[in-house]
Design a protein around this ligand. Structure first.
Ligand code: SME
Length: 153
């Protein structure tokens, strides 16, 4: 997607989520709302969901798309790399990422963004997969991080 078009799309989504998300004070309900809006509005988001830390395990949370792995093997793949490095990871070609976990073989590129609670503790990640190569860039990482802040506000 053209960069200006993408930025405009994210701005409109942010405004919509700013209205919707605070209607619930429950983090899981808020996550589900964010996932539904992004999945509906961004056509290249083939799979989108949260993986949440639970007693040192990374377990799937609210998501939309094909059935995904319920637990990710520790310290393997893109989601665990984002957790361990505490930073967003953009993967232009998942086949080039060592240890990438393919929940669905159709996924070709991916972005993973850390999710923090209000006190700054890392509690999980937002993971998005595309069926095309090179779907994500720094604009996605930045805009998605901004959206995630709405959840824990
Ligand atoms: N690809 C991820 C696993 C989750 S699925 O993409 C839904 C990873 O390597 O951590």
């Amino acid at each position: 997607m053209d960069e200006n078009k993408k930025q405009g799309r994210y701005s409109r989504i942010y405004r919509q989520l700013e209205e919707l998300v605070p209607k619930s004070d429950n983090p899981i309900s808020r996550m589900a709302t964010v996932i539904a809006v992004l999945h509906h509005k961004m056509e290249c988001f083939f799979w989108i969901g949260f993986y949440l830390l639970n007693d040192g395990r990374l377990l799937v949370g609210p998501y939309q798309g094909p059935v995904a792995c319920q637990e990710l093997a520790k310290d393997k793949g893109v989601c665990w790399a984002a957790i361990n490095q505490k930073e967003a990871i953009v993967v232009p070609d998942v086949h080039q990422f060592p240890g990438h976990i393919a929940c669905d073989s159709r996924s070709k590129s991916e972005v993973v963004v850390p999710l923090y609670d209000t006190t700054g503790n890392l509690i999980g990640v937002l993971d998005i997969d595309s069926k095309d190569y090179n779907s994500f860039d720094e604009v996605d990482a930045k805009e998605l991080a901004r959206i995630l802040k709405l959840i824990m506000k």
